[in-house]
Design a protein around this ligand. Sequence first.
Ligand SMILES: *[C@@H]1O[C@H](CO)[C@@H](O)[C@H](O)[C@H]1NC(C)=O
Ligand SMILES: *[C@@H]1O[C@H](CO)[C@@H](O)[C@H](O)[C@H]1NC(C)=O
Ligand SMILES: *[C@@H]1O[C@H](CO)[C@@H](O)[C@H](O)[C@H]1NC(C)=O
Ligand SMILES: *[C@@H]1O[C@H](CO)[C@@H](O)[C@H](O)[C@H]1NC(C)=O
Ligand SMILES: *[C@@H]1O[C@H](CO)[C@@H](O)[C@H](O)[C@H]1NC(C)=O
Ligand SMILES: *[C@@H]1O[C@H](CO)[C@@H](O)[C@H](O)[C@H]1NC(C)=O
Length: 369
Amino acid sequence: MKKKLVKLFLLLCLLSGCLFLYAINKTKYDKRRFEDNVTFKNNGYTMPTTSQIKDRVIISFVVCDSRFTESLNVIKSSLIFTSTPLYFIIFTDDKLKSNFSLTLNEWKDVLGDKLDFELHKINFPEAHSEEWLNLFSKCAAQRLFIPKLIPHIDAMIYVDTDSLFLGPPQHLWDQFSRFNATQISAMSLEDDNPNVSWYPRFAKHPFYGKYGLNSGVMLMNLTRMRDFGWVDYVTPIMLKYKLYIPWGDQDIINIIFHYHEKAVYVLSCRYNYRTDQCMYGDACSDATKDGIFILHGSRRAFHNHKQPAFEAVYRAVEEYKIGSDPRIVLEKMKEYLEVAPESNCGNLKDAFLKVPRHTLAGSNEKPDR
Ligand SMILES: *[C@@H]1O[C@H](CO)[C@@H](O)[C@H](O)[C@H]1NC(C)=O
Ligand SMILES: *[C@@H]1O[C@H](CO)[C@@H](O)[C@H](O)[C@H]1NC(C)=O
Ligand SMILES: *[C@@H]1O[C@H](CO)[C@@H](O)[C@H](O)[C@H]1NC(C)=O
Ligand SMILES: *[C@@H]1O[C@H](CO)[C@@H](O)[C@H](O)[C@H]1NC(C)=O
Ligand SMILES: *[C@@H]1O[C@H](CO)[C@@H](O)[C@H](O)[C@H]1NC(C)=O
Ligand SMILES: *[C@@H]1O[C@H](CO)[C@@H](O)[C@H](O)[C@H]1NC(C)=O
């Protein structure tokens, strides 16, 4: 009887041992299989030296097709208000690469060390690359893969191409230091008014918190996102929800952070100020108090002739010539806002001008060149 029990025990031990080994082998195998799917073709790009990126605020965006000029204005706006050197990481299609190279090198000749950049080809994992390319607007989903595509970069500020800095990028970069140990990324909420909020009323998928996040401005600690395993999450989520995610990459970000709320640092609405924050009245008291810091012209607000205040600010930045006195931009902003047709957003004119005024107040001398 005793012998039988011992035998049974030994058998059980052997069995669980096998199971354990099998499980280990399986996870290893599955992991490898998954990693195999998230591979990228080498895009023949050379690494910058660390001195090129050291002590720089790093700003990144993704641009395809028609948004070339708009994206140059993102760069322009940040150069107008910065007092520290900037580094741009641009993901773009082959057609636009030489355009960027040409323009940015011209600007570099004028500005010297204040501006540097690297250009990357659009690069999706080979598996499902078609689906990725066509999710939401062309190639916008690229940003989901950035943590793996630029392993030499620790952190960056991602912005949609339809946004404009109204203050020094360094100030936004400083928000990284506020992250606690679990936070990997920072964004503003989509909104916080239950009456008009999109996600709680219409979303057919999980989203962050009560109102969802807007991903147009996103602080990404890439080191932490890589440790988190970010890129491994995105493909299974896309495949599961692809029929239910009208905002593409933003929805995928919301789904991931729905399950990882502690990983998000929520930014004030003034860092991602959209028409939603003013078209029905003042919905961002931080901006009224401290000024808009990044203006985000989503839904074509800079171009569709429905938001004169947004258009006025955009026009002032667009007309600015690199190397000239930044205070000209402020004068133009004031002038164009003054003559713009009345609108709810335009009624909050001071919120648009506060940060540029404050930023440029100290710069009395002309830039030396
Ligand atoms: C581990 O799993 C793979 C795939 O199922 C199999 O080919 C391989 O022989 C296994 N290795 C061991 C040691 O069981
Ligand atoms: C990897 O891709 C293959 C072929 O497209 C697919 O069968 C497999 O399920 C994928 N694996 C994962 C983990 O997505
Ligand atoms: C990019 O450069 C090419 C060649 O100079 C030019 O034909 C094209 O219009 C430019 N594209 C944009 C969007 O400026
Ligand atoms: C990002 O996170 C890593 C790891 O926690 C940390 O070492 C690094 O300083 C962070 N980067 C920034 C810009 O805060
Ligand atoms: C939402 O709508 C209700 C009813 O119309 C109104 O009383 C309330 O003030 C609104 N809330 C906000 C935040 O606008
Ligand atoms: C970090 O902040 C988030 C959001 O405020 C919170 O949920 C989380 O518990 C914090 N993590 C730590 C380690 O304090």
